[in-house]
Structures are given as structure tokens and as C-alpha cells.
Ligand binder design. Structure first.
Ligand code: AKB
Length: 315
């Protein structure tokens, strides 16, 4: 039976991924970890350990204690926070990843860690951004993501470690809110549409970015981890996207359900500059060809689900 250690398990991806993995591989097969000692979250209903991922020894001890064979390393600071705290971002994003790589090497684990559309920069082709292209990001988060992709490739080639990863776009979910990202406006807009019927966007109209609904992201993680390794040419940096949208397209999709919804714009210079440095729309064809990537949700389908779940939650 698989034994999977998840870091950053209380975060936006982790809090939903842990439940899905436990359904697939059994409750005892998934060890959730996060920096918090105590949590009332659902993820603590199975094995849960407090773990600061910058402490490599502690990570090794937990992985060894449970006999894990797989690490899903999610703990990281997102783009806007990384720009405000670049030293902390480097220490957590790269220090944590180095520890996950070393623990995986010591114990012979398979390792998944997400990269991001942030691994591209202002000199990258903006539309149909190819799988392999110029990567000169100008944000600290982007720098850490490119370094992470390269480190994972290095451990695969040098030590034969089974490292795998996806370049995620903005991930959209009603369950756990994202924090400190540039793409967070999407979730905020849904929440404010339901709660107040209006929203002030921190990104300007015409700012196109890739997005994906969380259930598709969770399926993508499981698919890449289960894919036949011999077919993967780009192990650690697969482009994946479900849609490319700007704030106006999102507002229009919401107005199909809340006709009076109003949006105005007050761009935040920090997050606007980050968004402007990222692609409009990446090309996911290498993922489709090499491991059968597919999505079930487009903008309209995601909007129906987001609005109905948020209305039930009473946002
Ligand atoms: C962010 O906005 O920082 C993240 C990302 C695209 O990696 N959602």
C-alpha cells in the first residue's frame, strides 16, 4: 500500500488533496503535515504531524517513522507574498524543496512538487506559451519556481529520483481560500459577487491569465504521479491550464447568474506587475500527449459550481 507524506496540507491544494488521496489509498496511507501544531481541519482526522519544512531532520524523522514511499511537497509562499518577503520566500520555497528532495533520496521516495506559470517571465512568448521556451521570470516566486524545476530535473538525472511536477495556473476553489497569490482575484470575485453583488478588482481589465478549477488540478496531480515514467520527457515542469480569462470575462460569466453584479477596477501595482510578467495562455499539449492530461471544467461550469457552493456556505 502507498504511504504518502503531504507537506503544506492545510493550504489551498493540500486541504482538498489529502481527502482525495485518503479515499484512494486509505486514511492511514496519507500523512498530512503542516506548520501548525494543532488544527481542527478535516486533514487532522487521519495521521497528522506538525512540520516546518525548513527543518530537514524533522521531515526525515516523520517520513521514516511512517515508512513513506511518496512525498507531495506543497508548502510554499505564493507570488505576492514572495515579492514582499523575498528572503523568507527563498528559504521556504527552495530550502523546503531541497529538504524534500534529500529526504526522498534517502528513503527512495517518488516526489511531486508544483511549479507555476510564474516560472515564465516578461520575455516569454505570451500566447500559446510552449512547453520549452525562454524562462527569465522577474519575481522572487518565479525565480524560486525555475530553480525548483531545475533542482528536480537535477535529482532525476543525477540520482534517478522519480521527481514529477506541473506548472499550475491560478487554482480556483470554494473550500480553502488561496492566500498571497496574484490569481486570487478570481476566488475573491466569486465570494464578493455572492456576498455583496459588487467587487473591486486589483487586476485591470484585459489582464489574461491561465486558471483551473481545483477538482481538475487534483486529478492532474494524481494522473502525473501514476503516469508511466518512461513516457515523461518533461518530468518536472509540465504546462497545464484549463482556461485563459481576464477579470471582465469572469464578471460576464458571473452575470449570467447574478445579472446586477458590478465590477470596478483599482489595480494594485505589485500584483498587476506580476500578472503582466506572466503568459496570457500556456500550451498544455505536452501534458496531453505524454500523460493524458484533461480537464472537466471550463469557465461556465466552474462558475456554476463556485456560485452555488459559496451561496450554500453563506459567503
Ligand atoms: C499565484 O498567483 O501566486 C499562484 C500561482 C499562479 O502560482 N496562484
Amino acid at each position: 500500500m502507498k504511504k504518502i507524506l503531504v507537506t503544506g496540507a492545510l493550504g489551498q491544494i493540500g486541504s482538498e488533496l489529502v481527502g482525495k488521496l485518503r479515499n484512494l489509498y486509505g486514511t492511514e496511507g496519507v500523512i498530512a503535515t503542516d506548520i501548525l501544531k494543532r488544527t481542527s481541519s478535516e486533514v487532522a482526522s487521519g495521521p497528522y504531524e506538525a512540520l516546518d519544512v525548513t527543518n530537514g531532520l524533522a521531515m526525515f524523522d516523520i517520513a521514516n517513522k511512517y515508512g513513506v514511499d511518496t512525498i507531495i511537497h506543497l508548502a510554499a509562499l505564493l507570488s505576492a507574498t514572495s515579492e514582499e518577503k523575498p528572503v523568507q520566500a527563498w528559504q521556504l520555497n527552495i530550502g523546503g524543496l531541497m529538504n524534500a528532495l534529500e529526504v526522498s533520496r534517502s528513503l527512495g521516495c517518488q516526489l511531486f512538487t508544483p511549479s507555476s506559470i510564474a516560472a515564465f517571465g516578461p520575455t516569454t512568448t505570451k500566447d500559446h506559451t510552449p512547453q520549452e521556451t525562454i524562462q527569465r521570470p522577474n519575481s522572487m516566486y518565479g525565480v524560486s519556481k525555475v530553480a525548483g524545476e531545475l533542482l528536480c530535473d537535477y535529482y532525476y538525472h543525477k540520482f534517478g529520483l522519480d521527481t514529477r511536477g506541473l506548472r499550475f495556473p491560478g487554482l480556483i476553489s470554494y473550500v480553502t481560500l488561496p492566500g498571497g497569490g496574484t490569481t486570487d482575484y478570481v476566488v475573491e470575485m466569486y465570494i464578493q459577487a455572492v456576498a455583496r453583488g459588487k467587487y473591486t478588482s486589483y487586476l485591470s481589465p484585459g489582464t489574461f491569465l491561465d486558471m483551473m478549477y481545483m477538482p481538475d488540478a487534483l486529478d492532474a496531480i494524481i494522473s502525473i504521479m501514476e503516469a508511466d515514467g518512461s513516457k515523461l520527457k518533461h518530468r518536472n515542469a509540465f504546462n497545464v491550464s484549463a482556461m485563459s480569462i481576464d477579470p471582465e470575462m469572469l464578471a460576464e460569466a458571473i452575470r449570467k447568474h447574478i445579472p446586477a453584479f458590478k465590477v470596478d477596477y483599482k489595480p494594485d501595482p505589485l500584483r498587476q506587475a506580476i500578472a503582466d510578467s506572466w503568459p496570457n495562455a500556456i500550451d498544455s499539449s505536452a501534458s496531453i500527449e505524454q500523460w493524458g492530461f484533461q480537464v472537466n471544467y471550463d469557465l461556465d461550469q466552474m462558475t456554476v459550481e463556485m456560485l452555488s457552493h459559496l451561496a450554500v456556505k453563506g459567503n
